[in-house]
Design a protein around this ligand. Sequence first.
Ligand SMILES: Cc1cc2nc3c(=O)[nH]c(=O)nc-3n(C[C@H](O)[C@H](O)[C@H](O)COP(=O)(O)OP(=O)(O)OC[C@H]3O[C@@H](n4cnc5c(N)ncnc54)[C@H](O)[C@@H]3O)c2cc1C
Length: 293
Amino acid sequence: MVTLYRRLPRVEYVQPKTIEELLALRAQYAGKGALLAGGTDLMPKLKRREIEAPGCLIDLKGIPDLAYISNAEGDGLRIGALATLRAIETSALIQATYGILSQTASSMASVQIRNRGTVAGNLCNAVPSADTAPPLLALDATAKLMSQKGERIVPLDDFFIGPNKTVLSDDELLVEIQVPRVLPHSRGVYLKLTQRSSMELAVVGVAVMVSARNGVCENIKIALGAVAPTPMRAKRAEAVLRGQHFSEELIEHTARTAAEESRPIDDHRATQEYRRDMVEVLVKRAVIETISP
Ligand SMILES: Cc1cc2nc3c(=O)[nH]c(=O)nc-3n(C[C@H](O)[C@H](O)[C@H](O)COP(=O)(O)OP(=O)(O)OC[C@H]3O[C@@H](n4cnc5c(N)ncnc54)[C@H](O)[C@@H]3O)c2cc1C
């Protein structure tokens, strides 16, 4: 397949220096403006003419304070709108407590792209295969959205409404991703099936967070990518294992249930049958990995 990249279409460009200024521009260009973070999704789409040129590009990078990763109050992780994938991958704070996130970031794209691309941009672009979505869903993350009218907190589970569609309205900004504290005795893993070993989007992505003690599954979150119109939680599968002693039979039942819950499609990268089979394989593998010594 030949991909045609052309010059960027002519667009107005602004770089506000404060959030207030940014929100005012967002309101002014509601329905006509586009936010620009790293540009690693937006710029190729504009060059390929996959989307109409916006009336104005509103660049977030004039507000570098939005690039934070913090755990200031000790009540969970806060990821600002400009925190890059590379920062997530290399943050000592994230590696120590939210290892699933740094592991996921390291599986994405290349170092060059990770140096520019943001977690917020990955979520707002809202493709079903967005890699940061399954681990953040498994961590019960929420999105803090802001406009001139105020703020709202949306569970990530309600954030995606279709391919390339989120609940964000035209005048809003995803200002922060919030991740609650992880339960004690928790471990998580993200398994990404790709056609090539690097620089590849997920054919199937599976994130599992397990909290286990004395052979009992105290809690489990399973999230899937690239197997439904949006990244999704496999809640029926979680219910199979939650509160139970781990056994091979139950883990297999959990994995089968997750596969049944998935709603994959056929596309040029895989058939729906293959994707469903791979959900079963990867969920089983991920659960075993999280409880292995
Ligand atoms: C070569 C290559 C490889 C890639 N590999 C992967 C991969 O392995 N896995 C993967 O998931 N993705 C991959 N991507 C896609 C992309 O790099 C990521 O999705 C990245 O995280 C996007 O972030 P960004 O900051 O560049 O977003 P941008 O391109 O700046 O923005 C993306 C969209 O989100 C909107 N937006 C951005 N920030 C906000 C905000 N704070 N609030 C509201 N709206 C916002 C923009 O308006 C735009 O619509 C790849 C891209 C390339 C070019």
